[in-house]
Design a protein around this ligand. Structure first.
Ligand code: FUL
Length: 464
């Protein structure tokens, strides 16, 4: 007989759970766990009132009066955000850094006598406090080479310049828009080359485009992921821009899709992407709705908060963001399931009780594709919000969740008939009930393409 050391005994009791299907890279996982990031649209449009400048704007138009990128970071942090993505170049072609590959940049402006560099100020302000990312529009309505093969070189050079001289940059945002340039021609974007350049320049960077590879467009700009939202997508044969899957497909993703390309939900706090006088931010309730429909549906929320003509985030917007954070903190302060007894069949070493702790990497591994988990309390309480998190490092598996609850006189179903409470779960699913329900026992019935692996379940009462 072989004598087992305690360590060997412990490890022999913990089964290794194999991943199912595509899984996130460590960078994609870290990205998804950021949950909410800030988008900053800033450039000549901030001063002209346009949403899409046509590239003929004089460089002198761009003249922030009191630029303060540190204030953007302060606001983002107060709002609970961990990353900011700046439009270093929008469709008008104006570069917020003194690019050597354009004559339409901060260097030609009168701001700081042409010696200023917004991208530098931005990345310096972010360093050590939040992660910095960039949006660089391939569509360029100013560049004389746009519409010719030479422009692809220009664009690759600009990418090289930004990712070599600034950073580290955690996300590169490729807008899929492709319109006409100053000579009336559209560009044939060399997407394989752009993507290849990114993989050469910055292996840590999450590359956003309509179809990834780091993360994908969610198919709308209203702040809404699909009720069903897969982080997997079939990207074979597709390219960003003209040859992308239909927006409604991007909203949902593909069950069993071949690549891990999670949804990023970009939406603006204001009616426009750029700051314009006379426009106002959304209300806290609208932002909460967006939060539930994005983060609560397995997406990452990229909330645009555009700096104003001073080069600062205005008080009205930061006040709403602080209130938005306070509302999330209030709702999610008290997990009512914390002291529950948890019961479920489990794989060795991956107990059901792991769903209650807040350590990310401990999880419950179910024994079959159909699995049931019960939470039981000593007394009756009320809840109206349920948070479920699949342990996505092992893949996205769950296809439906049914919910039964009981406060003493029999089992109730949250939905009518056989309807599930939700379909996909993924990184995070937040189910909202129309009104608080009393419970002593809640039963979750999961169905998955593979046995569910869940690292968190929590119950909240939003009315408190
Ligand atoms: C779109 C652009 O056309 C808008 O101006 C904005 O930048 C948005 C985030 O993406 O494609």
């Amino acid at each position: 007989m072989i004598a087992l050391t305690p360590l060997a005994l412990a490890s022999s009791c913990t089964e290794t759970i194999e991943p199912f299907g595509p899984v996130p890279t460590p960078q994609q996982l870290a990205w998804q766990r950021m949950e909410i990031n800030m988008f900053c649209h800033f450039g000549p449009n901030t001063f002209s009132g346009a949403e899409w400048g046509d590239g003929s704007e004089p460089e002198s138009l761009f003249h922030p009066r009191a630029l303060d990128c540190r204030q953007w970071v302060d606001v983002a942090k107060q709002a609970g955000m961990q990353g900011i993505i700046l439009t270093a170049k929008h469709h008008d072609g104006f570069c917020l850094w003194p690019s050597a590959f354009s004559t339409h940049t901060v260097a030609q402006s009168t701001w700081n006598e042409g010696n200023g560099d917004i991208l530098r100020a931005f990345t310096d302000a972010c360093r050590g406090r939040v992660k910095a990312g960039v949006y660089i529009s391939p569509w360029d309505r100013n560049h004389p080479a746009y519409g010719t093969e030479e422009y692809n070189d220009v664009f690759v050079n600009a990418l090289r310049e930004v990712h070599t001289n600034y950073g580290p940059l955690f996300e590169q945002w490729f807008d899929g828009a492709c319109g006409e340039g100053p000579n009336g021609k559209k560009q044939n974007y060399d997407w394989p080359r752009f993507m290849h350049t990114m993989s050469e320049l910055n292996t840590q960077c999450i590359v956003f485009s309509d179809i990834g590879p780091g993360c994908r467009w969610v198919g709308n700009e209203e702040g809404r992921a699909g009720e069903t939202c897969w982080s997997t997508l079939n990207t074979e044969g597709a390219t960003p821009s003209d040859n992308k899957p239909a927006p409604e497909v991007l909203t949902v993703g593909h069950q069993g899709g071949s690549q891990w390309v999670p949804a990023e939900v970009d939406v603006s706090i204001r009616p426009g992407w750029f700051w314009h006088p006379g426009e106002h931010p959304k209300l806290v309730d609208e932002l909460m709705e967006i939060y539930f429909n994005s983060v609560g549906r397995n997406g990452l929320l990229l909330l645009n908060v555009p700096p104003d003509t001073n080069g600062r985030i205005c008080a009205e917007d930061s006040a709403v963001l602080v209130a938005f954070r306070a509302e999330r903190d209030r709702i999610f302060a008290n997990d009512l399931a914390q002291n529950a007894k948890v019961n479920a069949w489990h794989r060795p070493g991956h107990k059901a009780k792991n769903v209650l702790d807040t350590s990310y990497h401990t999880y419950w591994a179910a024994t079959g594709k159909s699995a049931e988990l019960t939470l039981e309390m000593d007394s009756v309480t009320e809840f109206d919000i349920i948070v479920i998190q699949e342990y996505i490092p092992l893949g996205q598996r769950i296809t439906s969740v049914k919910l039964l609850y009981d406060f003493g006189d029999g089992l109730y179903s949250y939905t009518d008939g056989d309807e599930p409470a939700c379909t996909t779960v993924g990184y995070k699913r937040i189910i909202r009930l129309p009104h608080p329900v009393k419970w002593r026992r809640v039963i979750f019935q999961f169905e998955g393409m593979a046995p569910p692996v869940i690292n968190r379940i929590a119950l909240y009462n939003s009315a408190r």
